[in-house]
Design a protein around this ligand. Structure first.
Ligand SMILES: [Zn+2]
Length: 313
């Protein structure tokens, strides 16, 4: 019989990206006690699984126990628990949860990384103690998730909260005389192609700047350049419209915003009014706050998922 010298149960949070896999070891109070990264094998599925197994084995060695495991990755898990991920091509179509559980000999919880961002912010982050928290990423893509009482809302298609792939407002497309653009998801005219980082860059170029750089856009906006100002007005209209659908769908107590574009003060400041412009009288934007756990939300959210999964099973 083993002797337990501590009550601390360690949870491992893994954040799988297209280039790196990061692992964070968290104690009972979600304090990060160790973390490191390795390269992501994206070509060969067995290499990919083995890289995760090696990380877990090293984590077991460092923690002196078999920690519980939560994993976040870009893409979606369909209703048959098969992954669809543009960033980790070799995992697409594979039953990653079943394969990892077989390989690791323990339970594994996997979810989309944007949804885990929401979970992290609803547990100890900007949305702590708020009953209904929507976490929205505006970065390379536009994704998010809904949390109710500190738990990620998950159901059949594992898709609730994917606001980036709701259709962009036809009214705004007409008003700004824009083409309906093809989205990477296969649909046409999704919000993401106007509101994510590349969408903002596209708008800026479309209005005549000759540049798709969001850094140049921000600097020009601060210099009150007319093309940057026009781009900002258009961008905020699309973002406000997209977020207004979150209010109408979920009526959250707070929307926590993360990702690269959330670091632009002008966007965060203008957002509540931009949302209100798309809501009728008597309905108002909820509190909008920037995320507390920026870049660490991936491993942290994954660890919370792993911890909650272990507690519920
Ligand atoms: Zn789409």
């Amino acid at each position: 019989m083993s002797v337990t010298t501590t009550n601390t149960r360690i949870t491992y949070g893994l954040d799988i990206g297209g280039t790196k896999i990061e692992i964070g070891l968290f104690d009972n109070d979600l304090k990060l006690i160790d973390s490191w990264r390795v390269s992501t094998p994206t070509q060969d599925y067995n290499e990919f699984l083995n890289a995760i197994a090696a990380l877990i084995s090293e984590a077991d060695k460092r923690s002196g126990q078999q920690g519980t495991i939560g994993i976040g990755m870009p893409g979606i898990l369909d209703k048959n628990a098969r992954v669809k991920s543009a960033n980790v091509g070799c995992a697409t179509g594979k039953p990653i949860v079943a394969d990892l559980e077989k390989l690791l000999g323990r339970s594994v919880a996997v979810a989309n990384d944007c949804r885990l961002f929401a979970l992290s912010e609803s547990c100890g982050g900007a949305g702590d103690n708020k009953p209904i928290v929507y976490g929205a990423i505006i970065g390379t893509g536009a994704g998010g998730g809904l949390c109710i009482n500190g738990q990620l809302y998950q159901s059949g298609n594992n898709i609730a909260g994917e606001y980036g792939h709701m259709p962009a407002s036809g009214h705004l497309i007409q008003k700004y005389n824009l083409p309906t653009r093809q989205c990477g998801c296969g649909l046409v005219g999704c919000s993401e192609v106007y509101i994510a980082g590349p969408g903002l860059g596209w708008l800026y170029n479309h209005f005549g700047s000759g540049s798709q750089s969001t850094t140049k856009f921000v600097s020009d906006l601060r210099d009150k350049d007319p093309i940057a100002v026009k781009t900002f007005d258009c961008y905020m209209a699309f973002l406000g419209s997209a977020f207004s659908t979150l209010v109408l769908s979920y009526d959250p107590d707070i929307i926590v915003v993360g990702g690269g574009l959330s670091k632009i003060d002008e966007i965060i400041t203008a957002l509540p009014n931009a949302i209100n412009n798309h809501l009728f009288d008597g309905v108002e934007s909820p509190l909008i706050l920037r995320a507390v756990f920026g870049d660490s939300s991936g491993v942290r959210g994954a660890a919370i998922l792993g911890k909650q999964h272990a507690e519920n099973h």
